[in-house]
Design a protein around this ligand. Structure first.
Ligand code: SF4
Length: 898
C-alpha cells in the first residue's frame, strides 16, 4: 500500500505529509511477533492530533512494552477520504501502512463532540461495521477514551468498550487481557474487560430502561456506576522523554510537558476541573529531565508547561526557573499556556518567556463580579486590571481576554459590566503606547457539560446567543478592541450531543450519512446535514438544550468520576446564591468525594499560597534577561549544502526549513537570533523546492555565533548529520565573506530529473524527445500561469528564456537545466506541461528530483573554506567550481559545484 500511496495518491492531496508517518521518534516494531496490536486513532486532522500530549503518552505507554505494537491514524481530510474511497484504500496506520482491520484494537481518543462524525468516517474506511452489535469474531475491538468518554452514551452504539479516566495503568491491563484472548472470543473478552478492569464500561452489557434515563448493568457482577481510573501520582516513566516530533507544521509547535494533572479551583462550568481531580503534580526534577531529553532529541523551539492551571503547581517558581535555565542555554522559549488572570501569573510568565512573547491571555470567563461569583471564578476587577497593567509594564504587546456568554443567571447588567471591563482594560493598554497593540475579546457560548455543577442547566438558544454576541460586538468593537467568537453552529452540535443518551447515535450517524465531516472546522461544517438528521430522528434543539430536573436520571451517570449528584446539586445551589467554594488544595476540602486521603489526595501547596509568590518573580519580569545577548559578539554566516531525499518528499519548503532549524538545535549549532519580542533565528534560504520534489543540492545560510574555522565547520557538519532526520543530509559547509550575494540572488541555475510514472502516462521516448527538441527550437514558449488561490489572476509568461537544456533520456525520464534570475524563473513542471503535453491535473504525479544547483560567482563561500561531509576534506574556494552561467539559448554553461 505504501508505494501506491506514494506514487498515485499522495501527490494529489493537500498536505500529503499528514499520511506519511516519518516523524522523529516514530516506533516501528516487528508485526508478526506482537502479542497485541493497537491502532490509536485521533479523529481529527493530523496537525491537531500531533499537538495532543495525551496521544504521545499513550503511544509511549504501550510501545515501551516490547511485545505490544501501537501505531497511529488520523482522520483523513476530505480530499484524501475521496481518493481513498475511489481507489479502495482502507484506513491505514502511518507507521506500517497496514489496514486498520488487521489490528486487534482500534482505539479512539475522544477530545470533542465535533469529532464524532470523523469517528464514523474512520470506522467506515476501516471496513469495520459502524454499530458494535453488527461486529463479529473477525472484527477488531473498538475502544474509546478521553474526556468525551465521560458521557459515553451518544457513542455507545459504535463502541465495544470505553476506558473511563486515566489510561496509564488501565490500558496496559486491558491489553494484557486482549493479548491473552483472541478475536474469536469477542464476547468473553468484553466480559473480562468489564468485570476485571476497573474503569472499563462495555455498553453492550448495560441496558437503558424503557422510559429512558441511566443505563443499568444486565448482571450484578458488573460495576455500577463504572468508576473512573485515577493514577495517584504522575510517574516520570509514564511521560515520554523522546516525543514524536512532526516534520510538518502542526497546531502547536512545542515540546509539551504535562507538569500537573487536575485543578481544584472549582470553576463550576469547567468539566476538566471535575474529571481530573485531585491535583497531581509532576516533580520539578522530572519535568526538567523530560525537557532536557526532549530538547536534545527533538530540537524544538518552544517548551510548553501544560496543565489546567500551571501557576498552581506548589513549586511553580522552581519549576519555571529550572526549565527556563535549560531553555536559555539552548535558546528556546518557555510557554505557560494556562494561567489565571492575576498579577502573579504575569510575573511568572514574564520570568518564563524570556525568548518569545506574543499576546498575554487572561480568562476572566465572565464580565461582572457577581457572575464570577456564580461560576466560582473569584477574581475581582481590581485584580484583573492590575494583572493587565503589569503585563503591559513588562512589555507584552497585546492582551487577549477569554469570556463566556450564557452562564446560568446571566442578565443584561452582566453584559453591561463585561463591556465596561473590556473598555477599562483597553484604557490600560492604551496608556502603554509603545507596547499596546490592543485587546482581543474572545467569546465562547456556555455549553452545560456532564459531571459539573452546571450539568442541570439550560443552554441558551442560538437566537439568544446571537443577540448577546451582537450586542457586545456593537458596544465594544473598534477603538482598540477586536471581538472574536466561536462558530455558533459548532456550539449547537455540542449542545445537541454532549448531554445526549443512546438515542443520539442515530442523530450522529444520520448527520454523517448526509455528509457531515470535520464539524469543528468552519469551512467543512455541514449544518444542513445535522438539521436534516435532527428532523429525521424527530429530535429537537429545544429538548437537547433544556434544563434537567434535579431528580432526573441522567444518561452519563452510568459512569462516575467520584463526585456524586448530591455534591453537584449543593454546588449548584451555592452558585445561585453567589457563594464561593474554596480551592481545596490550600483551603478547606469541600468533600467532593474524589480523594480517599490515603492513595488519592491533593498535593498541598506552601502556606504562603498563591498571592505570596508574586514578588521575586515579578521583579525579574520587569527586567527580563535575554539569553542571546550573552552569546559571544562574533558571528558568521555559514552556508550549508544539503539534500532532501524521498522520506521527506512530501514536506513543504517551510516544513523543511523548520526541520533544518530543529536539526541545528539538536546538533548544538549556536544560532543567532533577531532582536525584539519575537526573536527568530537568522537564516537565509534559496528558492523553495515544491512539496513532492526531492533534491541533491539545496542551500541554507545560518548565522552562527563565534569564530568558524575548518575544524569547527567539520564538527558542525558531523553534529548536524548525527541529528538529521532520515531524508536529510548535510554535504558541505563554508563561511561566507562579509559581502556576499544572498541565496535568493545567488542561485542562478538548477538541473532536474523528471520521472514519469508509467501509468497513467505511458510516455514513448520518441514523443518525449520530439517535445523537448521542439521546445528548444522555439524562441518563445507561451504558458498560462494560473494565479494562486480563489480569484488569483492568471497571466501568460514566456518559458523559453528560463530553459538552458531539455532532453529525454529514456522512455520515462527527462533532464532539465533551468535558469533562475532576478526577473523570474520557471518550474520544471511548467516546462514539462508545455513541452510534453502533460495534462495539468496529472502533473503532480511526475517525480521531480533536483540534481544540482549552481550559485553565481560571489555566492559561494570563497572567502573562507568549504568543508565537505564524510571525508574531512577541507577545500578552499575554487573559482572553477562556481562559474557564472552562460546564455540559456546558447552554451549550456560551466561545470557544477561540489
Ligand atoms: S475530596 Fe476534598 S480535597 Fe479532594 S478534590 Fe474533593 S474537595 Fe478537593
Amino acid at each position: 500500500m505504501g508505494s501506491l500511496l506514494e506514487r498515485e495518491v499522495l501527490p494529489l492531496v493537500a498536505k500529503p505529509h499528514r499520511y506519511v508517518g516519518h516523524e522523529l521518534g516514530v516506533v516501528r516494531k516487528p508485526w508478526d511477533a506482537a502479542e497485541a496490536r493497537v491502532l490509536l486513532c485521533f479523529p481529527d486532522v493530523y496537525e491537531v492530533g500531533m499537538s495532543h500530549v495525551g496521544t504521545q503518552v499513550l503511544y509511549h505507554v504501550v510501545n515501551r512494552r516490547p511485545a505490544w505494537v501501537m501505531e497511529r491514524a488520523y482522520a483523513p481530510w476530505p480530499d484524501m477520504e475521496r481518493l481513498m474511497r475511489e481507489r479502495g484504500i482502507p484506513l491505514f496506520s502511518l507507521e506500517s501502512k497496514r489496514p486498520a482491520r488487521e489490528f486487534d484494537v482500534i482505539g479512539f481518543t475522544l477530545q470533542s463532540e465535533l469529532t464524532y462524525t470523523n469517528v464514523l468516517t474512520m470506522l467506515d474506511l476501516a471496513a469495520v461495521p459502524l454499530r458494535a452489535s453488527d461486529r463479529g469474531p473477525g472484527d477488531p475491538l473498538v475502544l474509546g477514551g478521553g474526556p468525551c468518554a465521560s458521557n459515553p452514551e451518544p457513542l455507545a452504539a459504535f463502541f465495544d468498550a470505553f476506558l473511563i479516566g486515566d489510561a496509564e495503568d488501565a490500558l496496559p491491563e486491558m491489553l494484557e487481557i486482549i493479548a491473552a484472548g483472541k478475536r474469536g472470543q469477542r464476547e468473553r473478552l468484553l466480559w473480562r474487560l468489564a468485570t476485571e478492569i476497573a474503569g472499563v464500561y462495555v455498553p453492550g452489557l448495560y441496558r437503558v430502561p424503557p422510559d429512558g434515563g441511566t443505563a443499568g448493568p444486565i448482571d450484578q457482577r458488573l460495576p455500577f456506576p463504572v468508576l473512573a481510573r485515577t493514577v495517584p501520582v504522575l510517574r516520570p516513566e509514564d511521560h515520554p522523554h523522546r516525543m514524536l516530533v512532526p516534520m510538518t507544521e502542526v497546531a502547536h509547535e512545542r515540546l509539551p510537558i504535562e507538569v500537573q494533572r487536575g485543578c481544584v479551583r472549582g470553576c463550576r462550568f469547567c468539566q476538566a476541573g471535575y474529571l481530573y481531580r485531585p491535583v497531581r503534580e509532576r516533580e520539578v526534577a522530572d519535568c526538567v529531565a523530560i525537557a532536557e531529553e526532549g530538547l536534545r532529541h527533538g530540537g524544538n523551539e518552544e517548551i510548553s508547561l501544560l496543565s489546567l492551571s500551571t501557576a498552581d503547581h506548589s513549586e511553580v517558581e522552581a519549576l519555571v526557573d529550572g526549565v527556563s535555565r535549560l531553555a536559555e542555554r539552548r535558546g528556546v522559549a518557555v510557554a505557560l499556556p494556562s494561567l489565571r488572570a492575576d498579577a502573579f501569573s504575569v510575573g511568572l510568565a514574564a520570568a518564563a518567556s524570556r525568548v518569545r512573547r506574543t499576546g498575554f491571555t487572561f480568562a476572566p470567563e465572565a464580565g461582572s463580579e457577581r457572575l464570577r461569583r456564580v461560576i466560582n471564578k473569584g477574581l475581582s476587577e481590581a485584580e484583573i486590571l492590575l494583572a493587565v497593567e503589569r503585563a503591559m509594564d513588562a512589555g507584552w504587546p497585546s492582551v487577549k481576554l477569554y469570556v463566556m456568554v450564557g452562564h446560568p443567571t446571566e442578565c443584561q447588567a452582566d453584559l453591561e459590566e463585561l463591556a465596561s471591563l473590556v473598555e477599562r482594560i483597553r484604557d490600560v493598554v492604551k496608556r502603554h503606547p509603545g507596547t499596546g497593540r490592543g485587546v482581543v475579546l474572545s467569546i465562547s457560548p456556555f455549553v452545560p457539560r456532564p459531571h459539573t455543577p452546571f450539568q442541570f442547566e439550560r443552554q441558551d438558544s442560538l437566537e439568544e446567543t446571537r443577540a448577546k454576541l451582537r450586542w457586545i460586538k456593537q458596544r465594544v468593537s473598534g477603538r482598540g478592541v477586536q471581538v472574536k467568537y466561536h462558530d455558533l453552529d459548532g456550539t449547537a452540535i455540542e449542545g445537541l450531543v454532549s448531554r445526549g443518551g443512546r438515542e443520539t447515535a442515530d442523530l450522529i450517524e444520520g448527520a454523517w450519512r448526509r455528509g457531515a465531516r470535520f464539524d469543528g472546522w468552519t469551512e467543512q461544517l455541514r449544518m444542513d446535514a445535522w438539521r436534516d438528521a435532527l428532523e429525521a430522528t424527530r429530535g429537537s434543539q429545544d429538548d437537547a438544550f433544556r434544563a434537567r430536573e434535579e431528580a432526573e436520571a441522567l444518561p452519563w451517570e452510568v459512569v462516575s468520576y467520584g463526585i456524586d449528584r448530591a455534591w453537584f446539586l449543593r454546588e449548584r445551589r451555592r452558585a445561585y446564591a453567589g457563594v464561593p467554594t474554596d480551592e481545596c488544595r490550600i483551603h478547606r476540602c469541600s468533600a467532593c468525594g474524589v480523594c480517599d486521603f490515603e492513595v488519592l489526595r491533593n498535593v498541598l501547596a506552601e502556606e504562603q499560597g498563591v498571592g505570596g509568590r508574586v514578588e521575586g518573580v515579578g521583579s525579574e519580569a520587569t527586567t527580563p534577561s535575554h539569553p542571546h545577548t550573552l552569546q559571544p559578539p562574533a558571528a558568521a554566516t555559514v552556508r550549508l549544502r544539503y539534500t532532501k531525499d524521498a522520506p521527506l518528499r512530501f514536506l513543504s519548503h517551510l516544513d523543511v526549513l523548520r526541520e533544518l532549524l530543529r536539526t541545528a538545535r539538536r546538533g548544538g549549532a549556536p544560532l543567532v537570533y533577531s532582536e525584539g519580542f519575537a526573536p527568530r533565528p537568522r537564516l537565509g534560504a534559496g528558492p523553495s523546492l515544491a512539496t513532492g520534489w526531492t533534491s541533491a543540492s539545496e542551500w541554507l545560510d545560518l548565522e552562527l555565533a563565534g569564530e568558524w574555522d575548518a575544524g569547527r565547520l567539520a564538527a558542525l557538519l558531523e553534529g548536524l548529520n548525527r541529528h538529521a532526520a532520515p531524508g536529510l543530509r548535510f554535504l558541505a559547509a563554508g563561511v561566507l565573506p562579509e559581502r556576499c550575494l544572498s541565496l535568493t540572488a545567488a542561485v542562478e541555475r538548477s538541473t532536474y530529473r523528471a520521472t514519469f510514472p508509467e501509468p497513467p502516462f505511458e510516455p514513448a521516448f520518441a514523443e518525449l524527445d520530439a517535445g523537448c527538441r521542439a521546445f528548444l527550437a522555439r524562441d518563445v514558449v507561451r504558458y498560462e500561469r494560473v494565479g494562486r488561490g480563489r480569484g488569483g489572476q492568471s497571466r501568460t509568461v514566456d518559458l523559453r528564456p528560463f530553459v538552458y537544456d531539455l532532453a529525454a533520456t529514456d522512455g520515462c525520464t527527462v533532464a532539465l537545466e533551468l535558469r533562475t534570475a532576478s526577473d523570474g524563473s520557471a518550474k520544471p513542471t511548467e516546462i514539462l506541461e508545455a513541452a510534453c503535453g502533460v495534462p495539468r491535473h496529472l502533473v503532480p504525479l511526475i517525480q521531480i528530483h533536483k540534481t544540482d544547483t549552481r550559485l553565481a560567482d560571489g555566492g559561494s563561500p570563497l572567502a573562507a573554506c568549504l568543508v565537505t561531509a564524510g571525508d574531512d576534506t577541507v577545500e578552499t574556494g575554487n573559482s572553477d567550481q562556481w562559474q557564472p552561467a552562460g546564455d540559456p539559448r546558447g552554451d549550456s554553461g560551466g561545470r557544477h559545484p561540489c
